[in-house]
Design a protein. Structure first.
Length: 68
């Protein structure tokens, strides 16, 4: 004997689980975006560090050679 109450409870549970799934998918997207953002930031920092290591010496060498 299944009455309407159980059917309504199942519908409510299904809607609740659907909303939880939507939240989980959104959180997954946000975390993926954050991982990409951090990877880009690390790459930019690495490139800036490399540029900082080589650029001043190259400029200084060109300056010295140009003033001889």
């Amino acid at each position: 004997m299944i009455d309407e109450k159980h059917g309504n409870d199942n519908g409510i549970l299904a809607k609740f689980l659907e909303s939880i799934l939507g939240i989980a998918e959104h959180m997954n997207q946000l975390l993926g975006d954050e991982i990409k953002r951090r990877a880009n930031l690390e790459e930019e920092q690495r490139l800036a560090n490399e540029q900082g290591m080589y650029m001043p010496y190259s400029f200084e060498w060109e300056f010295i050679m140009g003033n001889r």
